[in-house]
Design a protein around this ligand. Sequence first.
Ligand SMILES: Cc1cc2nc3c(=O)[nH]c(=O)nc-3n(C[C@H](O)[C@H](O)[C@H](O)COP(=O)(O)O)c2cc1C
Length: 434
Amino acid sequence: MGKRQFHLAWFLSQGFGPKSWRSQWPGSDIARWMMPDIFIDLAKGLERSCFDYMIIEDSSNVPYTYKGSHDTYLKYGASAPKLDPAVLVPWLAQQTKHLGLVPTLSVTEYPPFLLARLVNSLDHVTEGRIGWNCVTGSNDGGAQNYGRDKQYPHDERYDVADEFADLVTRLWEAWEPDAVVLDREVPMFADGSKVHPIHHDGKYFRCRGPLNAPRSPQGRVPICQAGGSPRGQAFASRWADTIITDGGGSIAAMKAYREEVRRRAIAWGRDPDGIKVLFLAYPIVDVTMEAARERRRREQLEAEQHMEMELSTMSRLTGIDFSRFPFDEPLPELTTNGHQSVLAKWIGKTPRQVVQTFASKGGIDFTGTADHVAGLMQEAMEEIGGDGFLLFNAYFDRRYIMEVCDGLVPELQRRSLTRKAYAHKHLTDNLMEF
Ligand SMILES: Cc1cc2nc3c(=O)[nH]c(=O)nc-3n(C[C@H](O)[C@H](O)[C@H](O)COP(=O)(O)O)c2cc1C
């Protein structure tokens, strides 16, 4: 494949929560982690380097899966605390003009009308820069905060999501584009014949509609999804405009994943180019190869020294208490009602090995100078066929923002691999630009 531009997005892993609070790097007042300052700096950096969007990860419970206690999670500030992502969005929107903003909102936590209304409102006030990271929730502790003992069974969660997505998109489109007339003389604010109730009466939800606000700039806002299991992929290929995934670790697996999603999209009657698949990447960029490799090594050591932190996250994602298994014995066959595609990759490895790859964030090793990492990204994209990368670093600080936005991305732009200026106003148009 010849040289083609690819997309960049940022995954705000651990959501609107404390970042780099154990970092030696001076200059941030971590007691004020709940103030939006560092997130604004990040958003400005991403916009400077023309990222498509930032996803704000979320979960809404203090987990207790690891050792049956919430202590490890709170000790490390991992998975909790987190503030509400929808509150952060307007702060970021006010300080940027083009960057897409994608809060995570769960179909098992929000009633559909409330979610449709919130996203529509955000899309209005950002003038069309909102996306929705559509998740189903996976940890039973989350369900217990919303009146249920357990999450729905894995595949049924996606049935709920199918009905939810259908209902929400119809609410977003309940007002025809020209329903708002604004004629003082008649008078007519909006034309009732162009606003349609939806009368939804489904298996999981009932909703009369219409939405009590006009169609927003994007109407049906871009939907982002991350289901990796076969049922998750079926959902994503039907509804998603952008899919975020680790893609299975190797370039061959990423290529196969993308091709499968595109094949499924065609089966739904969709244009496969209407789905942008972005692969997780955690680059470490420094002025020399040695400096970058040394930092990667230190991170891996650090992760091994704090194995319980990584194990507690693995436990949260799967509902399996990983404190039960010896560090150096291969994990037995396990099943989960949580993240199935993630667990599948761990079976047969020892917990220590899983933590090691978890710490380096699996996949392609993007460690080195800006030139080296840009070259690796170029080669990977040429091999996979598209559509870009979802960069993240759960514990980023201001220095990291500069390394990516003023170090790595300019090198990608110099090679004409990523955009140098935004061509459009709306997130959906930027996503579909190439
Ligand atoms: C990059 C990425 C980001 C995700 N963000 C969230 C999130 O913010 N909140 C959440 O509840 N789940 C999140 N998930 C989990 C997915 O929505 C999904 O539940 C998970 O990938 C398991 O899907 P599967 O069981 O179909 O493999 C994320 C997954 C990935 C790969």
